[in-house]
Structure formats: structure tokens, C-alpha cells
Design a protein around this ligand. Structure first.
Ligand SMILES: Cc1ncc(COP(=O)(O)O)c(C=O)c1O
Length: 440
């Protein structure tokens, strides 16, 4: 795998045990001033980041397998993105597209029409966060179909606003004591081959039965699905599941919405994770990797669906901010120039080479995923937490996921140099081996 250009040294160096003195002082200020609901899981306060590393205020340099939860795919201080941001900000930071429009917003929508699956006419609307994109996808689907109900899936994660919390599955920590939630949201079974043992068509039949018996196609505006589940455990549905679901949606005037917020923009080794099965959604929600860390999200869909809401019905003060749009155009250019989807596929080969031998251990259930979105499912949350803690102490930042907290998910930048990727994987494999021995 070819290394790219980096301006922060790409090395792991841990010189303090836990937080160093500068980070500790910052942490004391955080505890005093920041609501306790926001409690960072990582050991240090960041002062620099690029490629595969995060550097903290005490000079520790961590291998970063989190990318700010799948956001900094092109690197956290990508020079093309940084230059585009500086140039756009120097021209104007904001006008509000709904009041005084500008070109970069249109250019992002044109790019989304080009890159998202399908060669039909498409239109987009831009927002700030993934949750906002998902909410607006639902608004568009309701407006188009004249129906209300929304179907979501077991283990789904769609965000933290009121509607998207209704759509999100996991209670703690996301939903607890925050209700009542939006109505007309129904959870249906999905496909989880490791646990349900069903083929794609069998799992789709089970899902469709629930859609028909418990909701009714005549009430259903849209099905919203993460084609590869993120927070829910990096679950990849069995082959044939998504195509069968799309077919049912098409026959029943139900809008098929792909939530590509986490899996989109080259993360899975394709531009979008639905591309693995050639699925063409009616509407795609994107965010995270789209803009190199600047807040931007989008809803892109069939032009007739996107044009259903009346003029003025979609928008928001900041959605499609010009600085964020400039960042998105630069980030997408980086993905194209360096074929980051191809690089993600190369990363998958390296990751699998290091992690699949762990399947021999009793504590490891599965290694799954696509591209640079690979997970290891372990037998329980306790051992997963211990592995994550051991990695952190050794200077490798990894995230866990899954309803039981028993899945380690890897989300390195798509620009990470090979030697750091390998070093991080070796540390992680050693941590899993150590925990397995302690269990034996
Ligand atoms: C699949 C998916 N949808 C929606 C969201 C919500 O995005 P945001 O946190 O930007 O609101 C996330 C965030 O992790 C996500 O993974």
C-alpha cells in the first residue's frame, strides 16, 4: 500500500502513563465547565492530528483507529482541505444559502448526484449533521408518499435528535430519560448472519412479513437502513437481503432510504456501502467522511422525491455552509486523486491478514465488514472493554460498538501509512490474545 504525504510525524510515542500533566489540567477544567454527559473516552487532549496519528498536549502520539468516528477519512488536517477552508473563509464564512446562494453548495450537490448510486436524475439538500440528514430524508419521504410510518431496524443508530432517537435502538446511553420520542417509528428485524443463520432472502422475508403485518405498506413512507450497521456492531446483512428489501419497497411505493452516514464516502472500499450489492436507493443520507471534518451532511435522492416538499420547506440557517462545502469539494477531490476507496480495500486485506488468525481463539466470534470498516465480535462486553483499555494504554485508540458492547470497530483514516496500521493491528491482536489467555 502506497503511503501518502503527512505533515505530522507518523509514529506512536507514549511518554506519560495515562493523562500527562497538561491534559490533566485541561481535564479538570472540563469537569468544571462541561456537562458530564460529554465524557471523552480517550486519554489525552488533542493538539495535532494527521494520517494515522493523534498527538496530545503532553506530546503523546497515538495510533488513531477511530478517525473521530469515521469522519477524518482523508486525514484530520488534510492540506487540500485546510487550504480550501482557509480560502473559503477568507472570502465569506456564511450567507445562508436560503437567503443569498453561492456556487459551492451547487457544486457539492452536483458531485453527490454524480457519485451516489444510480444514473437517474438526482437532487440534494445540505445540512449539518448526520441526524439532520436522516430527519430530512424522512420528511422528504413523507411528503412524497403522503404516508407517515417509518420502519427502522434492530440495533440501528441514526442520531440523537428526537426523531432520530426514536429511530435509534440502544437505550443506554442514548435514550435513557429523554422520551417521549416521535411516534410512527417501527422497529423491524434485520439480517445478522452470525446470529440468525438466515440467508439474505430468508431474512428479507422475515422483515417484509413484519412490515406488512405490523405496519402495512399503505401506511409506510420509508424504510431507513444502514447498509452496514455502524454503532449497532458493523453488521453486514447476508447477500441478497438489501436487494430483496429494495424490490419490496419499489412495489409498494415505500421510499428506500440508505443511511450512509458512517459507511459512505469510500469507507467500505466503495463510494457507498450499498455499492457492494449494486443496490440503488431512492434516497441516500450522508455526512461524516464527506467534508474532511467540517460539519456537513446531505440528503440525495431521486429528483421527483426530493422535489416533493414545497419551496421553503427544507433548509436551516447553517446547512451547506460555504466553508463546509469548500471542505467537501476538497475532501472528495482527495478521495478521487488517491483512489481512497481502492486504498480502503487494500487496508481490508492487511487488517484481515492480522485479525483472522484470532478466529482460532474461543473469545473471538467473527471478523466482518468491508474495506476500512472492519470489526471483531468478541464473546462479551467485558473482554472487549479490557482489550480497548489495553490498546489505549499502549497508544492505540480503538472504538467499541454493538448493543452488548462486544464489538471492536476499526475506523482508521483511509490515508494511514501501512506501517502504523500494521503496528496498531499487532498491538490489538496481542491484547486480544492476552485477554483470551486470562479467560482460559
Ligand atoms: C449511521 C449513522 N447515522 C446517523 C448518525 C448521526 O450522525 P451525527 O452524529 O452527525 O448526527 C451516525 C453517527 O454516528 C451514524 O453512524
Amino acid at each position: 500500500m502506497k503511503d501518502l504525504d503527512y505533515h505530522v510525524p507518523q509514529q506512536r510515542t507514549i511518554s506519560t502513563q495515562g493523562m500527562g500533566p497538561v491534559s490533566s489540567e485541561l481535564d479538570a477544567r472540563r469537569q468544571n465547565a462541561v456537562a458530564r454527559a460529554l465524557s471523552p473516552g480517550l486519554p489525552g487532549y488533542v493538539v495535532a492530528a494527521d494520517g494515522g496519528v493523534l498527538v496530545d498536549a503532553d506530546g503523546n502520539s497515538f495510533i488513531d483507529f477511530a478517525s473521530g468516528i469515521a469522519v477524518t477519512s482523508v486525514g484530520a488536517s488534510n492540506q487540500r482541505v485546510a487550504a480550501a477552508v482557509a480560502e473559503a473563509a477568507a472570502q465569506f464564512t456564511h450567507t445562508c444559502f436560503m437567503i443569498s446562494p453561492y456556487e459551492s453548495y451547487i457544486a457539492v450537490c452536483e458531485k453527490l448526484a454524480e457519485l451516489t448510486p444510480g444514473d437517474h436524475a438526482k437532487k440534494s439538500a445540505l445540512f449539518n449533521s448526520g441526524a439532520e440528514a436522516v430527519e430530512n430524508a424522512v420528511k422528504v419521504a413523507r411528503s412524497y408518499t403522503g404516508k407517515n410510518a417509518v420502519a427502522v431496524f434492530d440495533r440501528a443508530y441514526h442520531g440523537r435528535t428526537n426523531l432520530t432517537l426514536a429511530m435509534t435502538a440502544k437505550n443506554k446511553p442514548y435514550k435513557t430519560l429523554f422520551g417521549p420520542f416521535a411516534s410512527d417509528v417501527y422497529r423491524v428485524p434485520s439480517s445478522y448472519p452470525l446470529h440468525d443463520g438466515l440467508t439474505g432472502p430468508e431474512a428479507a422475508e422475515r422483515t417484509i412479513k413484519v412490515l406488512e403485518q405490523e405496519i402495512g405498506a399503505e401506511n409506510l413512507a420509508c424504510v431507513v437502513i444502514e447498509p452496514i450497521q455502524g454503532e449497532g456492531g458493523f453488521v453486514v446483512p447476508a447477500e441478497g437481503y438489501l436487494p430483496a428489501l429494495v424490490e419490496w419497497c419499489r412495489k409498494n411505493n415505500v421510499v428506500f432510504v440508505a443511511d450512509e452516514v458512517q459507511a459512505g464516502f469510500c469507507r467500505s472500499g466503495e463510494w457507498f456501502s450499498v455499492d457492494h450489492e449494486g443496490v440503488v436507493p431512492d434516497v441516500v443520507a450522508t455526512a461524516k467522511g464527506i467534508a474532511g471534518g467540517m460539519p456537513l451532511s446531505a440528503v440525495t435522492g431521486r429528483a421527483d422525491i426530493m422535489d416533493a416538499p414545497i419551496p421553503g420547506a427544507l433548509g436551516g440557517t447553517y446547512g451547506g455552509n460555504p466553508v463546509a462545502c469548500a471542505a467537501a469539494l476538497a475532501a472528495i477531490e482527495e478521495m478521487e486523486t488517491h483512489d481512497l476507496a481502492g486504498r480502503a480495500r487494500e487496508m481490508e486485506t492487511i487488517i484481515r491478514r492480522h485479525l483472522e488468525p484470532l478466529l482460532e481463539l474461543d473469545v473471538v466470534r467473527e471478523v466482518r465488514g468491508h474495506g476500512a470498516m472492519i470489526a471483531v465480535e468478541l464473546v462479551d462486553g467485558e473482554i472487549t472493554g479490557a482489550v480497548a483499555a489495553a490498546c489505549k494504554a499502549a497508544g492505540v485508540l480503538i472504538l467499541t460498538c454493538g448493543l452488548d458492547g462486544n464489538v471492536i470497530r476499526l475506523l482508521p483514516a483511509l490515508t494511514i501509512p501501512e506501517n502504523l496500521l500494521v503496528e496498531g493491528l499487532e498491538i490489538m491482536a496481542e491484547a486480544i490474545n492476552t485477554q483470551a489467555k486470562e479467560r482460559a
